[in-house]
Design a protein around this ligand. Structure first.
Ligand SMILES: Cc1cc2nc3c(=O)[nH]c(=O)nc-3n(C[C@H](O)[C@H](O)[C@H](O)COP(=O)(O)O)c2cc1C
Length: 322
């Protein structure tokens, strides 16, 4: 059974993936946050920093591309092949309004004729195996049978399914029955993604779907970076391993990024990690207020010194707006 680290834009960049891989085991593939190709046949400098094989040395990283133009997608696949990658993931799952308004990400699920034309071209000409990351519908879950029948017809290398519609964003429960149907219908591996935040949740999911070839974990891994390792039978998370991961990450960002950018990024990292801890309110407050590198260094050290690990570290989704 494979465990993949989900792409989390703004968090799981090359530095994060490298430090995670050096600190914890259990992740078979790290999916990179999407890159969006344009007409110019080259990487932007930001894309270069994340994609370059040097930045990803030793890390099983899979690039992800967001595109609705098959020619741009295919050109990007060639660039990635030339950079040494052996697989490309196509993003058809991003529900963000700015992305779907352009007909990209989950927006591609809306017009099923255009979707098939795109997939026909991609699977006829792609220079590398192409895996998919999709949702189970755009507007309504009743679209699912048609989407399942479309995707099942292509030589998909692997299908990562987040079984919610685009409209559902991250609210409500994933439609797990869609995953079971995909497992039965598809002649390629289907990986489940969505709302598995603890080892117990992953195990209970797997016992309900015995033939599942793999799981992709996102926010649960960002909160408990030892989740995949523990699932593979390795050590559970400790305050020490959490701190080691944090401190290594912080050092790497300080070495590579301007200070103000480092503090901003580390607040993002900590917004997940702190959910694994029973952290006293004053230490949380000091962390929230930290602006400079010195303030952040002191506040993070205080969080780790004064906190205990929760019995079951778990990402908690923000309350749903009604
Ligand atoms: C902050 C954030 C950034 C994300 N960025 C991407 C992305 O670049 N590409 C992608 O396919 N999915 C992206 N996702 C979706 C995740 O990969 C994943 O599908 C989602 O978090 C559900 O999995 P989880 O419940 O295990 O977190 C993002 C999600 C979040 C919360």
């Amino acid at each position: 059974m494979n465990v993949y680290f989900a792409p989390l834009e703004g968090l799981t960049d090359a530095i994060y993936r490298r430090v995670h891989h050096a600190t914890f085991g259990g992740v078979n593939k790290y999916f990179m946050p999407f890159i969006s190709p344009s007409q110019s046949l080259s990487f932007t400098s930001r894309q270069q920093a994340d994609i370059s094989p040097r930045e990803n040395a030793g890390v099983p990283a899979v690039p992800q591309v967001l595109a609705k133009n098959a020619a741009y997608f295919l050109d990007m696949v060639k660039l990635l092949r030339d950079a040494g990658y052996t697989e490309v993931n196509l993003n058809m799952g991003c529900p963000s309004g700015t992305v779907t308004a352009k007909g990209k990400g989950a927006g591609m699920l809306r017009d099923r004729d255009a979707l098939q034309r795109f997939l026909d071209e991609v699977y006829a000409r792609a220079a590398l195996p192409v895996s998919l990351k999709t949702r189970a519908g755009y507007e309504d879950i009743r679209e699912w049978p048609e989407l399942l029948s479309i995707f099942s017809r292509y030589p998909v290398s692997e299908w990562i399914l987040h079984p919610r519609t685009c409209r559902e964003f991250y609210s409500g429960q994933p439609h797990r029955e869609c995953y079971l149907q995909a497992l039965q219908a598809a002649h390629f591996p289907v990986i489940y993604n969505g709302d598995l935040f603890t080892g117990a949740e992953c195990r209970s999911f797997l016992s309900a779907c015995p033939p599942a070839p793999g799981l992709m974990l996102g926010r649960g891994m960002a909160t408990n970076p030892a989740l995949a390792q523990a699932l593979a039978g390795g050590e559970e998370l400790t305050v020490e391993s959490l701190r080691l991961f944090h401190d290594r990450l912080y050092r790497e960002y300080l070495k590579n990024w301007p200070e103000h950018a480092v503090v901003g990024r580390m607040h993002g990292v900590m917004s997940y990690l702190v959910q694994a801890l029973d952290c006293p309110a004053p230490a949380r407050r000091a962390l929230r207020k930290a602006v400079s590198v010195q303030e952040y260094t002191d506040a993070a050290a205080r969080v780790f010194a004064e906190s205990e690990l929760l019995a079951e570290p778990r990402f908690t989704p923000p309350p749903e707006r009604t």
